[in-house]
Design a protein around this ligand. Structure first.
Ligand SMILES: *Cc1c(COP(=O)(O)O)cnc(C)c1O
Length: 366
């Protein structure tokens, strides 16, 4: 039997080429590995057209490490971050900011409601201590698409700096650094780029990054140090995740051959449409209305049956070769299905069939 297909938004299903790229051992001092790192960083900046203004700083670890590094580096010790929260990742950004001792204000909206740009403007006008705004592009806890362009616009007009957690959107949803003003955009290898987990990266405005020297509370998470060392030596400051970087280089080459961001978005959007219509035929409804749904991950209302239990559902679908994701909402019972990864209409069709079959076996649909 083939390996299970991960319908989870990272780690996700990767291609055979990406997996086989990890079969080589690289020395961290070797010039071939340094060239690999430089090539990856260059490709990542170009995905958001940031070559004129921005640089890429890679960082060992999962995405949260890169978020913590970015806020600790860019927000000065006497700075203050306004975080726009409509889900778990926004809450995490606020929490880690508090933990590292920076001032935070939270503007929270419901899970199915994006922040209102007028309210952001009002809060920025009311509190001159706020230096930075933190926003989540696609809030993966529901799959909601936040209005990044409108947010960037109010932040710029208020003369503040924007930090974007674009973890689950980068590479699929378009962002153009020449039009949308941000100081940092944070993402990771193992989501829409379809690499494996282990490295995060920050696309940082060069001038803002260099001005942030000395801000960081942490040695390992200091992005200025990481950047300057990489510039000077071509090497990572501490042991790099060599195989992860090699897999990402391969994944980026496949991304380019597929047709880059528009093609990646096109495939995910088709996956999402097919998934939503397939689930609708089973009587399963998505949480979000279509205009708010990013084609990344779909939150679905659980089957309306008194015996419903996610764990049993998960196991029944898992036995058929597909891995679902639990819901992250407290008020309504939901589960989540990812649209991203090295999958297309064949796997989505099979996944819907597996879900139908599992529900029939459990007696939760007729
Ligand atoms: C995946 C993700 C993260 C990072 O999560 P890790 O588990 O640390 O990789 C952060 N923000 C968003 C929106 C995400 O989807």
């Amino acid at each position: 039997m083939r390996e299970a297909i991960l319908l989870t938004p990272g780690p996700l299903t990767t291609s055979l080429a990406t997996k086989t790229a990890m079969l080589t051992d690289w020395g961290s001092w070797d010039s071939a590995f340094n060239a690999l790192t430089a090539g990856v960083c260059n490709d990542l900046v170009n995905i958001v057209h940031g070559g004129e203004t921005h640089v890429c700083v890679p960082l060992q670890g999962s995405g949260t490490f890169a978020v913590e590094a970015t806020i600790g580096t860019l927000v000065p010790k006497d700075g203050k971050l306004l975080v726009l929260v409509n889900g778990a990742y926004g809450r995490r950004m606020a929490q880690l900011t508090r933990v590292i001792g920076r001032q935070v204000e939270v503007y929270e909206t419901a899970d199915d409601q994006p922040a209102d740009p007028a309210e952001i403007a009002a809060r920025l006008a009311a509190d001159p201590a706020i230096t930075h705004v933190g926003a989540i592009h696609c809030e993966t806890s529901t799959g909601i698409l936040n209005p990044l362009a409108a947010i960037a616009d109010v932040v710029e007009r208020a003369g503040r700096r924007l930090i974007i957690d674009a973890m689950s959107a980068f590479g699929a949803l378009p962002v153009d650094a020449r039009e949308l003003r941000f100081d940092a955009l944070i993402a990771t290898s193992n989501k829409c780029l379809e690499g494996v987990p282990g490295v995060g990266f920050v696309i940082a405005r060069r001038e803002a990054l260099l001005a942030a020297s000395g801000n960081s509370h942490s040695l390992a998470l200091d992005l200025v140090d990481q950047y300057l060392y990489l510039q000077k030596t071509g090497q990572w400051r501490f042991t790099p995740p060599t195989h992860v970087v090699a897999a990402l280089a391969s994944a980026l080459e496949q991304y380019r051959l597929e047709g880059g961001q528009p093609a990646r978005l096109g495939r995910y959007a088709a996956n999402c449409r097919q998934l939503v219509s397939g689930l609708a035929r089973l009587g399963l409804r998505p949480l979000l209305e279509p205009s708010l749904q990013a084609p990344i991950i779909v939150t679905v209302h659980a089957p309306n049956h008194p015996d419903y239990e996610f764990k049993r559902f998960y196991e029944a679908v898992r036995a058929r070769g597909f891995v679902l994701y639990p819901g992250k909402l407290t008020e309504v019972e939901t589960f989540r299905v990812g649209c991203i990864g090295a999958i297309d209409s064949a796997e989505i069709g099979q996944a819907v069939a597996a879900i139908a079959d599992a529900l029939a076996e459990l007696g939760w649909i007729h």
